[in-house]
Design a protein around this ligand. Structure first.
Ligand code: GLU
Length: 917
């Protein structure tokens, strides 16, 4: 009995389930634009696929009801929707065109039938009965913004064709970090004039937001006018850029970035593509060629049908859904399950997935949380926000690569932003590959020793005509990076300066900006203003501004240079000290008894005492000790010894100082220069000074805030005739010829080169600033990194040092002044008669004085003897002279005085002193 009741209940339940469950055939409607075969095909494929594998809606079969419409025909659209509703469809998919879609939408809203869209729609608020699988435009705009930020775009042009484009890019346009120019493509298909004007404007980054079928034409025309070179960057907003034939652009080294929603490498996508292309689901009928590629919208349609089917399947297991009720547009009848179905679709996709244990797990039944699968389609995770717009989607970031064509380099997600998966090394490798075997145009200006013409350049061709430090440097870099190069001289011979009024650049910088050159090399100073306009490599040389001027004249040698160690004052003080100490010794010696001696020691008790320190003896003693010769007499008393000791100490110090200083004075050349520094130049007006016109030195003084340099700038800019020169060579020439009346402000590296060769010139003072030379490249050049790292390598390997030595010290007359200087140095080590002649003069003068004094004494003695002996002065003089010239006589008889009464102390002295030998 109990079993019978149980069976009855089971049969009743089964019958009830049969009544309330989904019908065997579920109709779904698709409205497609007449020309859009691909959408229709995707829709049919999705239906066939679901019906074929029976995993979703296993007990029902989906039946596609398709209506085709001319685009924008809203009248017919309404009629077709009503027709579908009459047939009892459970949902309507499409159409793609905006006007018809809005009509379909409003009818679906009224009839409460889910409307599933896969088109770009800028609406901010969604409709109740609608979900849209196409990524929501604000989210896409955020993706563009994030990627452009990563690409470090700051200024760019947006090229768009329809006004929808501007709506699409609205949030990008509001971003303050970007400076954006907007240009609309005309409709006649010739975009060249517009592209040319972009080229002229110097913009290098272009965001292309145009219809899929226009992308190729725009890129092709851009290539024709030279907008597809290494220096241009494109960002293409189309989600189907992978369908464009990029073969023509792949080798241009242009940076082309795009995004995609479907990843062709994804297994599910590949499987779908295979079955699509092989016509597997079309019972072996293969697809016509033009339909073989899968567009994003087609993939979205495929996903849309799957999302609907999955939601219906899930909802069916939890509630009773009744379909197949015919709805008439004219009546106010609605489908009662439409609301639950569309809400379930929105909720279903946004619920957290993977919460409970997997259904295959043994714990599946024990958990109170169900396990939810991710709802993944061909277009990735499918998730709607409450408005029914697609959220949390993921985009692949693509770049055109020489080797691989279109290559995935990163991903974008709403939460994580743009993430490049490509490593730095890979990015560098890509650029290096692009550079390999490329021929770069190198702009140079002729300046020694950086870039010079070889002797007889007319006999040579191309790069062979040039030589110099920069020429060798480029050659070394090219060897490392494997590129070729051609040199050309810049037309206006300028390095690059900005016109203050027009803001236009000239010289090498102009060529780089116009992409007429790929590299600019010369003694190119890296300045803030230039760095704003172009890119610079790592510096290859460091320097600063200094002054080149005529070498100081040597002072003519001074005959009395031996007096130089002491100043005139010191000599006077010394003479005074000498006299003072002599007199002091004389007085002290007279005062102290120890200095009074017995003149004849054999007389024991003398009647007279004698003092050796007469004034003359004192003077003699003091000078003798001063000249380190000692004296015959020696002090005996303590006081006189103290005086002598102190004098000797004084002598010791003075003589040592004199000797030390004398050596320095006689060997070191004294130079006589009117200027020693920039301050000296600024202070005076006699010597003119200038620099190379429009160079970095010129800008340094023009823009300086330092008072000294401001004064110098005022003096330079007001000077007439002009003190500025066209080149450094002209400046150096002017210094050479000016005879010390012109100084030239130039960079130390070039000064170093000049003073090695022009021995009459020299650097004055230190450096006024500190800066470097670098290789200039067009703004945004991809080759800045590889060139910089090659320079670093050359620096580390010592190659740059070798190059500098070669061009500064060896070639083109290098080292000449060093040889002359060393000769001079050798010469200056010897002292010439000019240096020590004064000592001879003093000696001769002393000898002459001695002769004069001796003559005076001789005549005085002769006159005295003549008086004493009553002889004539002449006879006496002759007698004495005869005796002197008779050199064989070495003894002289004593001349006796005529009477003792006449004897005086002097005659006693005379007798004793007149006996020699
Ligand atoms: N190196 C300088 C420049 O790049 C030129 C020479 C100078 O101004 O002293 O402009």
């Amino acid at each position: 009995m109990r079993l019978a009741i149980f069976n009855a209940i089971f049969i009743f339940c089964c019958c009830a389930w049969r009544v309330l469950a989904l019908p065997d055939t579920i109709f779904i409607g698709g409205i497609f634009d007449a020309h859009d075969e691909r959408q229709e095909l995707a829709f049919r494929y999705a239906v066939e696929k679901i019906n074929a594998d029976r995993k979703i809606l296993p007990r029902s079969t989906l039946r596609a009801q398709i209506e085709k419409l001319p685009a924008d025909d809203s009248f017919h659209a309404s009629k077709r929707v009503c027709k579908l509703l009459r047939n009892g469809v459970a949902a309507i998919f499409g159409p793609q065109s905006e006007n018809t879609a809005n009509h379909v939408q409003s009818i679906c809203d009224a009839k409460e039938v889910p409307h599933i869209e896969t088109r770009w729609d800028y609406k901010v608020t969604g409709d109740v009965y609608s979900v849209n699988l196409y990524p929501h435009p604000p989210a896409l705009s955020q993706a563009y913004r994030d990627i452009l930020m990563q690409l470090q775009w700051k200024n760019f042009v947006i090229l768009y064709d329809s006004n929808d484009g501007l709506v699409r890019l609205q949030s990008l346009l509001q971003e303050k970090a970007f400076s954006i120019t907007i240009r609309q493509l005309n409709s006649d298909g010739d975009y060249r004039p517009l592209l040319k004007s972009i080229k002229r404007s110097g913009e290098t980054c272009i965001l292309l937001d145009v219809a899929q079928e226009t992308i190729f034409t725009v890129l092709k025309q851009a290539a024709q006018i030279g907008l597809m070179t290494d220096y241009y960057n494109y960002f293409i907003t189309s989600l189907d850029f992978n369908l464009i034939d990029i073969e023509d652009f792949r080798y241009s080294s242009t940076n082309i970035t795009s995004i995609q929603l479907i990843s062709p490498k994804d297994a599910q996508v590949q499987q779908f593509v295979d079955s699509w292309v092989n016509g597997e689901l079309r019972h072996g009928r293969s697809l016509p060629l033009h339909l073989r590629h899968i567009t994003t919208e087609a993939a979205l349609m495929y996903d849309a049908v799957h999302v609907f089917a999955k939601a219906l399947d899930d909802l069916d297991s939890s509630s009773d859904i009744e379909i197949n009720n015919e709805l008439f547009c004219e009546s106010d009848q609605t489908w009662k399950h439409g609301n639950s179905l569309i809400n379930y679709m929105k909720w279903y996709s946004s619920r957290p997935y993977g919460v409970g244990p997997r259904p295959s797990s043994p714990y599946a039944n024990m958990s109170r949380y169900p396990y939810y699968d991710r709802l993944d389609g061909l277009t990735g995770l499918i998730k709607f926000n409450t408005e029914g717009f697609r959220s949390d989607f993921q985009l692949d970031i693509l770049e055109v690569d020489v080797k691989e064509g279109l290559k995935k380099v990163g991903t974008w997600t709403q939460v994580g932003g743009a993430n490049y998966t490509r490593s730095w090394a890979e990015a560098v490798e890509t650029v290096e590959t692009n550079l390999h075997n490329k021929t770069l145009r190198v702009s140079i200006a002729l300046t020694s020793p950086y870039a010079m013409l070889k002797e007889n350049p007319e006999r040579l061709k191309g790069n062979d005509r040039y030589e110099g430090f920069c020429i060798d440097l480029i050659d070394e870099i090219a060897k490392i990076r494997g590129f070729n190069y051609t040199f050309h001289e810049v037309g206006d011979k300028n390095y690059g300066s900005k016109d203050r009024t027009t803001g236009e650049w000239n010289g090498i910088i102009r060529e780089l900006l116009d992409h007429k050159a790929d590299l600019g090399i010369v003694d190119f100073t890296i300045t803030y203003e230039r760095e704003e306009a172009v890119d610079f490599s790592m510096p290859f040389m460091n320097l600063g501004i200094s002054i080149i001027y005529k070498k100081a004249q040597k002072k003519p040698p001074n005959l009395f240079s031996f007096t130089s160690p002491f100043s005139g004052d010191v000599w006077i003080y010394m003479a005074t000290a000498y006299l003072g100490v002599s007199v002091l010794l004389f007085i002290l010696a007279r005062m102290v008894p120890e200095e009074w001696d017995n003149p004849y020691p054999c007389i024991e008790e003398p009647e007279e005492l004698e003092n050796s320190f007469t004034l003359l003896n004192c003077l003699w003693f003091i000078i003798g000790t001063f000249l380190c010769q000692g004296g015959d007499i020696a002090p005996k008393a303590v006081s006189t010894r103290i005086v002598a000791g102190i004098w000797w100490f004084f002598t010791l110090i003075m003589i040592s100082s004199y000797t030390a200083n004398l050596a320095a004075f006689l060997t070191v050349e004294r130079m006589d220069s009117p200027i020693e520094s920039a301050e000296d130049l600024a202070k005076q007006t006699k010597i003119k000074y200038g620099c190379k016109k429009d160079g970095s030195t010129y800008s340094f003084f023009r823009d300086s805030n330092i008072p000294t340099y401001q004064r110098m700038w005022a003096a330079m800019s007001n000077a007439r005739p002009s003190v500025f020169t066209e080149s450094n060579e002209a400046g150096v020439e002017r210094v050479s010829k000016s005879n010390g009346m012109y100084a030239f402000l130039m960079e130390s590296s070039t000064i170093e080169y000049v003073v090695e060769r022009k021995c009459d010139l020299t650097q004055i003072g230190g450096l006024l600033d500190s800066k470097s030379y670098g290789i200039a490249l067009p703004p945004g050049s991809p080759y800045t990194g590889p060139i910089s790292s090659a320079i670093l390598k050359l620096k580390e390997d010592g190659e740059l040092h070798i190059l500098k030595t070669r061009w500064w010290k060896e070639r083109k007359g290098g080292g000449r002044c060093v040889t002359e200087e060393s000769k001079d140095a050798a010469n200056s080590a010897e002292l010439g008669i000019q240096n020590v002649g004064g000592v001879f003069v003093v000696m001769v003068a002393g000898s002459v004085a001695a002769i004069f004094v001796a003559c005076c004494e001789f005549m005085w003695k002769a006159r005295k003897l003549a008086t004493e002996e009553g002889a004539s002065f002449g006879d006496e003089l002759r007698k004495e002279l005869l005796f002197i010239v008779n050199c064989s006589e070495s003894s002289k008889p004593v001349r006796k005085k005529s009477s003792p009464a006449e004897t005086d102390s002097s005659s006693i002295y005379d007798e004793s002193s007149s006996t020699y030998g």
